[in-house]
Structures are given as C-alpha cells and as structure tokens.
Design a protein around this ligand. Structure first.
Ligand SMILES: [Ca+2]
Ligand SMILES: [Ca+2]
Ligand SMILES: [Ca+2]
Length: 410
C-alpha cells in the first residue's frame, strides 16, 4: 500500500470508531449506571494500586503513530480500538490468523509468509501481509471483553482442571479439555507442570498462559510495538531486507507492559442487572437444566493472590475455561497449541447483557462477532453442545424467552 492508502485506512478506521463512540454518547442521555459499564477498578484497591490502574488505563488507550513505533506491520494502533470501552471489538476490527492444516493434527503456521497472524496494514513504504494461497485455515477473531480477567487468572489450575473430562468418562457427551501451552522465555516461567507446559487461559482457544503473555504478544503482533519482553520487530518476511520503523527498540518498557497487565488484572468484573426478576431466575434454572451450565460453569473461586482484592473471591464467569469441539458451523480448521480446528474455549458469559452498550447499540457474538442474535448463537452450538442446543430448541417459547432474558442479565 502506498502512504496515502495507508493513512486513509488508518483514518478510515479512526473515523468509524469515532462514529460508534459519538453514536453511543448521543444515545445516552445520562452517564451509564455502575452496572452498565466496564471500565471501573475492582473494589478494595489501595491508593498506590489505583495509581498503577490509572497508568495502565492510559497505556491501554494510547494510540500509537509511526513516530511512536506503530508497525512496520500491524493490525490497529491501540489496544482500546479492538476492546472498545474495555468491552469487545466490533467485527470491523477483527484480526485474522492463517496457516495450513496438514491433517492428522499437523499444522504449518506458514511463517515464511508471516503466519500465523495476518498484519494487513503497514508503514508507508513497507509491505503489508496478505493471506497466501497455501493457507487452508483462516481464523477470524473479534476482540473479547477484557474485564474481570484478574479474577480469571487467579483461579487455581486445579479448579479448572477438575471440569476436564477429555475422554468423556461420565458419558454426558461433553469432554472439555485444557489447552496446554509451552511458556515463551520472556515469561520467565521455565518448564511447566503438565508435560513441561502450562494451562492456557486467554484468547479464543486459550492460547495464552497469563495476562503478561497476552499483553506483550498483543503489543508485538497487533500494534507492531516492541517491548523489553519481545524486543525484535515483527516483519513481513516477504519484504526481504527492509529495515524497521524509525523508533529504537524496545519501544515500550517492561514497566508500561506491567502497568497494562495490572490494569487488566484489576478491571472489575461485569455486575449483574435484574438478577432478582422471577423470569430471569426461571431462565437461570433452565440454563442449568438444558445443559448450558455443563460448559458455562456459573461459579468458580480464586485462590490466594498477591493483589489482596483478587484473593479468595467468587468468580461468576459462566465458563469452565476449557476447550470444546463445537462442530462444523463454528470450525475454523486452525490448530493452536493443543486446540483443534473445531475446538474453542467456552466464552465467559458475564457482561453478555451489556455488549451492545459498548458497541454503539448492536451486540456481536461468537469468536468472530458473526451474529447479533442470541438464538443464532445457540443454533450454531453443535458438536459437544448439540444436546444442549436441542434441549433449548425443545423448550416452550416462553421458557426460551426466560433463558434469553437470563443471559441478558449476566
Ligand atoms: Ca514498531
Ligand atoms: Ca504476520
Ligand atoms: Ca522499532
């Protein structure tokens, strides 16, 4: 792309997001209520911790430019652009991963073409990436909600692993399994407890071990920002010997990355609305009796944590944090760690009822934000979720409505 096209794309995207935000502002006649927004810190932080939260908040919103290190290749210019209002990304900013599924569990990330992540934008004068013809797996992903994740990180492995049933020993058709991930050196974790690996928790296929893993990688892959953790620029290999951007590496310090991690750790979880409504409560019982709660586990508990506010807390995330085969409709054919081309991590359902409030009025669900309709979401639950889908579809219409009302109260 030439410079002008690049700038047009950049400003085009900025303008688009601008519309969402403005649209949102004009719709709201008063400030959003406490339980209708995402960006508050968790209760119980010290003043010093609130100061780190504020620094991390600012870094999360920082819009990088070519003068401050953006690129040479990148997807978007800030974290916030794909996680609007700490909520989720609009499908217009989805990112794509690609590779070649060779069958039999073998996968080629096509690194010679810049795989697995497509950076479709670049600095002026540099070559952006395109998906090579050799790719037969393209995984399009929308940014998930980023609140409450400190609580998710603080759940002990053993709590999550107790829900795993890889061989479906209990015969309920549901065989959740963990994604086990080798720790990159920059995490300083060394060899992990599970065949040398660690439990993956973050990302649509649970490919990231912790929030530092996710954050340092996001700076590097999504924004083209080097850090003390990942100090070498990400190039398009097809661009040959082209140099980097004009900013010396690392472009952000470990301290900045750590502030963002702290911010993510201490962003408060979504609060429920209408939990006492009798129809919502009936919907909650149906959620359990149709089998949704077998994967969307309503409640877990954190263990001890260096941040006191995260210790020994209930976490109403509505997920088992495990991988499930969801059948053909949702398959992407993309293998990530031990996750197959049909497997996805159970999406936490907290915050589901306020998705639209951060996306300018229209909600977008599923890993690629492909639908705004919760019934469609359930329709596409196949594979291990087939029985739950059928059970939902066999409910009386009024019961289906109660269940959906329950989802919207989360
Ligand atoms: Ca850079
Ligand atoms: Ca790439
Ligand atoms: Ca640089």
């Amino acid at each position: 792309m030439d410079r002008d096209t690049n700038l047009r794309t950049l400003f085009g995207a900025t303008f688009l997001i601008g519309i969402f935000l403005v649209g949102c502002d004009t719709l709201l006649t008063e400030a959003p209520k406490d339980n209708e927004s995402f960006d508050a810190p968790i209760d119980g932080l010290t003043n010093a911790q609130r100061a780190i939260f504020a620094r991390g908040d600012e870094a999360f919103g920082e819009v990088f430019t070519f003068q401050t290190g953006l690129g040479p290749i990148f997807n978007q210019a800030s974290c916030e652009r794909c996680h609007v209002g700490d909520g989720r990304g609009h499908p217009s900013v989805n990112l794509k991963r690609f590779g070649r599924n060779l069958g039999g569990g073998q996968f080629d990330i096509l690194s010679e073409y810049g795989g697995p992540q497509l950076q479709e934008r670049s600095m002026p004068g540099y070559l952006a990436e395109t998906i090579p013809p050799a790719a037969n797996a393209i995984s399009e992903r929308a940014g998930p909600l980023v609140v409450g994740l400190g609580l998710v990180e603080a759940i002990p492995d053993s709590t999550i692993l107790q829900y795993a049933d890889p061989n479906d020993v209990d015969g309920d058709g549901i065989s959740g399994r963990p994604n086990l991930i080798e720790a990159p050196d920059f995490l300083g974790l060394g060899t992990g407890p599970y065949n040398g690996k660690y439990l993956g928790r973050f990302g649509r296929k649970a490919g990231a071990i912790n929030l530092l893993h996710q954050t340092a990688t996001a700076y590097h892959q999504d924004i083209g920002i080097t850090s003390d953790y990942i100090p070498n620029e990400n190039y398009n290999p097809l661009a040959g010997g082209m140099g980097g951007d004009p900013v010396p590496d690392p472009e952000v310090s470990a301290a900045t990355v750590n502030d963002v991690v702290f911010y993510l750790q201490t962003l408060r979880e979504p609060l429920r609305r209408n939990a006492d409504d009798p129809e919502v409560q009936r919907g909650g019982q149906l959620f359990a009796s149709t089998g949704c709660a077998s994967c969307h586990v309503p409640l877990m508990k954190t263990g001890n944590h260096p941040i006191a506010a995260l210790s020994n807390r209930s976490v109403a995330l509505y997920s088992d944090m495990l991988l499930h085969d969801m059948g053909p409709d949702l398959a992407d054919n993309f293998i990530e760690g031990e996750a197959s081309g049909t497997e996805w991590r159970t999406t936490p359902l907290w915050g589901l009822g306020i998705v639209e409030s951060v996306l300018g009025g229209t909600p977008f669900y599923l890993h690629d934000g492909r639908t705004s309709d919760l019934r469609m979401v359930i329709d596409m639950h196949k594979g291990e979720a087939d029985a739950a889908r059928v059970a939902f579809q066999q409910l009386l219409l009024s019961d289906q409505e109660a269940l959906i009302k329950f989802l919207q109260s989360l």
